[in-house]
Every structure is written in structure tokens, then in C-alpha cells.
Design a protein. Structure first.
Length: 83
């Protein structure tokens, strides 16, 4: 059933989209591509780069799961309609 629903391809597409989104947003935030961050905060232990790297990982994994799930649902609907 997983092959019929293209789950491996959907998971790969999800990972690529998730990692790409996380990398872009991480670089925008850490390199301050849109200017400096307005807030003044302290980031214990890891510093701002470390904390935003952890947040980028969470963003990448959740985006990958969401994209893979949506693509699998689309594959399921297509498979059901074909009959």
C-alpha cells in the first residue's frame, strides 16, 4: 500500500521542502538579511545561533511531515478516484 500511495517519494519531497525552508529562514534570521532583530534577549548556553538552529530543526521536521502527509492524502484521493 505504501508503494501505491508513493509514500517514499512523498517523504523525500517533504524532507527537501522542510530542509530548504528551515535553511532559508535560519540564514535570514542569523545573518540578519532583513536588518537587525529589534528585540534584545539573552540566549543562555547555546547563544542565538544555537537556539535558532534547534528551531530550524523543529521547523524542518514538522514541515517535512506535513508535506509528506498532504502528498500522501493527494495520492490516496487520486488512487480512490481511479478506482
Amino acid at each position: 500500500m505504501a508503494q501505491a500511495l508513493d509514500v517514499p517519494r512523498n517523504a523525500l519531497v517533504g524532507v527537501v521542502v522542510g530542509v530548504a525552508l528551515a535553511v532559508v529562514l535560519y540564514l535570514v534570521r542569523v545573518l540578519e538579511l532583513f536588518g537587525p532583530f529589534a528585540g534584545t534577549r539573552e540566549f543562555p548556553l547555546l547563544g542565538p545561533e544555537g537556539w535558532f538552529l534547534l528551531l530550524a530543526f523543529v521547523l524542518a521536521t514538522t514541515t517535512a511531515m506535513l508535506v509528506a502527509a498532504l502528498l500522501t492524502v493527494v495520492s490516496l484521493v487520486s488512487l480512490v478516484r481511479r478506482g
